[in-house]
Design a protein around this ligand. Structure first.
Ligand code: GLN
Length: 199
């Protein structure tokens, strides 16, 4: 399978989906905005964007997305959650406690940088495909990853803390790679999708 034939869905219920779609298009994949669970059958990977996790959770529940995304994950299809998307995919969520899909074994604390630092940009370092790359990171009312399970690989850090992690086919970031011009993180996810699709 070549990267250009990949189809990646962006959950388009609320939040930052349009910029993810643009970033993925720049990587050369076909992008589908996913508004109904049935659409998941058409795509090879899924991005769950930032937004407001409580609202996203309610909309996902209303539209029957919870079992559909569990099935998608069970079929080995990659999922990438940023910020609120990470909160939805995490095993445990605090501040306040909130249900989640639990598809990656991390514990997160919502809105964990406090009011003074609600939104900020920072330079961090990511290790993508074994290569260390500097990465510009934009944090917006971001969660912090407070616990990383034994099967989870930390792919990027900021100030020594994990801000991007992967467990199998699930990738998460506390920051917003769709808000910078650097395509490195979306490219990395496209490669994950490509690899999951090849025998
Ligand atoms: N603070 C939001 C939440 O807890 C996440 C913010 C974001 O996605 N940019 O859901």
């Amino acid at each position: 399978m070549t990267e250009s034939r990949l189809k990646i869905g962006v959950l388009a219920l609320q939040g930052d989906f349009a910029l993810h779609a643009k970033a993925l298009e720049r990587c050369g994949v076909a992008v589908v905005e996913v508004r109904k669970p049935e659409t998941l059958a058409e795509v090879d990977g899924l991005v769950v964007p930032g937004g407001e996790s409580t609202t996203l959770l309610r909309l996902m529940d209303e539209w029957g997305f919870v079992p559909a995304i569990e099935k998608f994950h069970g079929a080995g299809k990659p999922i990438f959650g940023t910020c609120a998307g990470l909160i939805l995919l995490a095993r445990d969520v605090e501040n306040p406690r909130q249900p989640s899909l639990g598809l990656i074994d991390v514990g997160v604390e919502r809105n964990a940088y406090g009011r003074q630092r609600e939104s900020f940009e920072a330079a961090g370092v990511a290790t993508l495909d074994g290569r260390e790359t500097p990465l510009e990171m934009v944090f917006i009312r971001a969660p912090r990853i407070r616990r990383v399970g034994p099967g989870v690989e930390t792919l990027a850090r900021h100030g020594g803390e994990p801000v991007m992690a992967r467990e199998g086919t699930v990738l998460v970031a506390t920051f917003h790679p769709e808000l910078t011009d650097d395509p490195a993180v979306h490219r990395f996810f496209c490669r994950m999708v490509e690899q999951a699709g090849s025998p």
